[in-house]
Design a protein around this ligand. Structure first.
Ligand code: EPU
Length: 337
């Protein structure tokens, strides 16, 4: 177990804000976590559990304890003719898990390639990309209840997944700490190439539709469009894509016939935040030390020395102009601390 006092979180948030916390505690096993919860010392004041901070915006120094899991390990716990169950420690990098699935030809995780973050937070945030969401492969989530110290195992249904959300993020926030996630992957070569330009890229490069090629193509698209957080501070998509009623959408579509959209169900349509932000002229713009990425308008970046407050100020301006032009409220995807 590692404990640090008055510790800089620079290396623990991908916006690279140099904020500090009072205490930083990293545990390596489930037993160490149980011991921490039983002792209760760190849970009396404010506390927050983080992954690698790839979806967090710190407004200021954190006045309490930041917890981080270093629970590692990927274990094949069941293998059938058509599928496998793999149990993974919450502190593993999600992309390391995908790399392993791809090398074994276990299908289902490849479209999520290169999303920053750890396994525990992937199951809180229901990360998604290229037509896939982590909920599609979650089998069970193991967690410890901070209130009554019980170990719990939740089925995927109990996690209440929705777009970039789960019960861990909503009504259970601050209640459970995830220790392991078991994923369900297929041994059948079923690939999902329908979203975005994945299929076009495979064709353009004359590549066969194999799991390795899908992973590589997606990694290349992401590297091309999204800023590398190791170089330019950012937290991926800053806003969620708003879902609006179909009637409202029809009116908008009349006014903006070139607006892309995705049907959610009969009554609802998802409209791309990136497109609206771009249409408002924000791409590549700056406000102080915060900016809008010049290749993908949904990504807000730290241009060097930005603070959380500067990024929030920019986000508010963007929300205001999108509301003025399209009458749509965009909700942040990034979690503010
Ligand atoms: N677009 C623009 N201007 C831009 C960027 C995009 O007009 O600057 C247009 C595109 O042409 C497209 C639409 O907006 O028609 C949507 O853009 P895109 O498909 O690139 O992705 P997105 O909807 O903005 C979502 C996820 C990403 C994920 C991609 C790929 C959300 C909030 N974001 O972005 O997730 O990688 O799809 O599947 O759902 C993340 O969560 O951090 C993240 C990067």
């Amino acid at each position: 177990m590692k404990t640090r006092h008055d510790y800089s979180l620079l290396a623990h948030n991908t916006f690279h804000f140099d904020v500090r916390c009072k205490l930083f505690v990293e545990y390596e096993t489930e037993d160490e976590l149980k011991q921490l919860i039983d002792e209760g010392t760190y849970f009396q004041g404010p506390w927050l559990h983080i992954g690698c901070g790839s979806n967090l915006l710190f407004r200021a120094d954190y006045p309490g304890t930041i917890l981080h899991s270093a629970i590692k390990g990927m274990e094949l716990i069941d293998e059938k003719e058509t599928n496998v169950l793999v149990r993974v420690g919450a502190g593993e990098l999600f992309d390391d898990f995908i790399a392993r699935c791809v090398s074994r030809h276990w299908y289902g995780a490849e479209n999520l390639s290169l999303i920053p973050g750890e396994v525990g937070s992937s199951a809180v945030q229901n990360i998604g990309a290229y037509g896939a969401e982590v909920k599609d492969i979650v089998h069970t989530v193991e967690a410890i209840d901070v209130e009554n110290h019980d170990s719990r195992v939740f089925s995927r249904e109990e996690c209440g997944y929705a777009y970039r959300s789960s019960r861990f993020k909503r009504e259970w926030a601050g209640r459970y700490i995830i220790t392991h996630v078991t994923f369900h992957l297929s041994k059948r070569p079923i690939l999902n190439l329908d979203y975005g330009n994945v299929r076009d890229e495979l064709n353009r490069q004359q590549l066969d539709s194999t799991i390795e090629n899908v992973r590589n193509v997606i990694m290349n698209i992401r590297r091309e469009k999204l800023p590398d957080p190791d170089v330019t501070g950012n937290a991926g998509s800053f806003f969620m894509n708003p879902v609006i009623g179909r009637q409202r959408f029809e009116l908008l579509h009349e006014a903006y016939p070139d607006m892309p959209y995705y049907d959610v169900d009969e009554d609802n349509v998802k409209v791309p935040a990136a497109w609206m932000i771009d249409r408002c002229g924000w791409k590549g713009q700056r406000l102080g030390n915060a900016g809008v990425h010049n290749k993908q308008a949904l990504i807000l970046v730290n241009c060097g020395q930005a603070t959380g407050q500067e990024v929030i100020a920019l986000a508010k301006e963007i929300q205001y102009s999108v509301f003025q032009q399209f009458g749509i409220n965009m909700e942040p995807e990034v979690n503010f601390v």
